[in-house]
Design a protein around this ligand. Structure first.
Ligand code: APR
Length: 241
């Protein structure tokens, strides 16, 4: 059975109505810079706007539906072994029926303790040791406390300045057995995720779908255009083999 790895960024969900990261970076959220409401520093300064920002994102994402590109990925995963590695915090792949999704930057549908052991890369103002992390159906409110250690609960998102947990050994091994690797809707500007574009070079075939693909992807078949334009076509070709 073919192994297909799909590495996605914000462009995959754009046509569902979720603004790309770079679109929102140009703007402000209620007069706060995005970095101020998506960082440990912002959280320590004042958690209220951070929670407000994620409550607004949660509401936006709840109102969105999977698009033709997400649905094409579902179709592909019914026939092949498909592993999704995404930078997106939305749940549109899951809503489309895909189950094997690695969310590198966290998930909007999950909350964790502010002292969670997954948090690293920030100055150690206290030990990060708690393991409280659960799915949720409503955004975190100020004053909601961790039942294990009493810390304030927070969105389960990797913020600016926090380290992304990368399973390098697993990815390097997976690349050796990957038949088709598809990069889609990512600017390739955010590390360490962007390094996956090199890690998966051993894949037998490599595609990249984006209206404005990052430069230097000489070893990729570039499909310049929107996710909903190219993904269904590429899936049709792969399914017809
Ligand atoms: N179809 C496919 N790609 C698109 C579309 C579309 N309809 N519209 C825009 N794009 C592409 C852009 O050309 C760009 O290359 O999506 C990409 C979006 O890039 P970014 O906004 O940088 O998002 P991403 O690559 O996901 O990286 C930022 O870091 O902190 C984070 O979690 C955050 O996911 C975010 C990541």
């Amino acid at each position: 059975m073919k192994t297909i790895v799909i590495f996605s960024g914000a462009g995959l969900s754009k046509e569902s109505g979720i603004p790309t990261f770079r679109d929102s970076l140009n703007g402000l959220w209620e007069n706060y810079k995005i970095e101020e409401v998506a960082s440990r520093a912002g959280w320590v300064r004042d958690p209220a706007p951070v929670l407000g920002f994620y409550a607004a994102r949660w509401k936006n994402i709840q109102a969105c539906e999977p698009n033709a590109a997400h649905l094409a990925i579902t179709e592909l995963s019914q026939r092949f072994r498909v592993i999704n590695i995404t930078q997106n915090i939305d749940d549109l792949l899951e809503k489309a029926g895909v189950s094997d999704v690695i969310h590198l930057h966290g998930r909007i549908n999950s909350r964790k303790c502010e002292w969670h052991q997954s948090i690293s890369g920030v100055p150690l103002d206290r030990e990060f040791h708690c393991d409280y992390r659960v799915n949720h159906t409503a955004p975190v409110q100020l004053g909601e406390r961790c039942p294990k250690c009493g810390g304030q609960l927070r969105p389960d998102i990797v913020w600016f300045g926090e380290a992304v947990e990368m399973q390098w050994e697993y990815f390097e091994k997976l690349a050796e057995s990957t038949d088709v690797f598809i990069g889609i809707g990512t600017s390739g500007q955010v590390e360490p995720a962007a390094t996956l574009l090199s890690v998966f070079l051993p894949a037998k075939e490599r595609y990249f779908i984006d209206p404005n693909p990052p430069s230097g992807l000489t070893k990729y078949n570039l499909l310049e255009g929107a996710a909903c334009q190219h993904m269904p076509d590429l899936v049709r070709i792969l399914m017809a083999r």
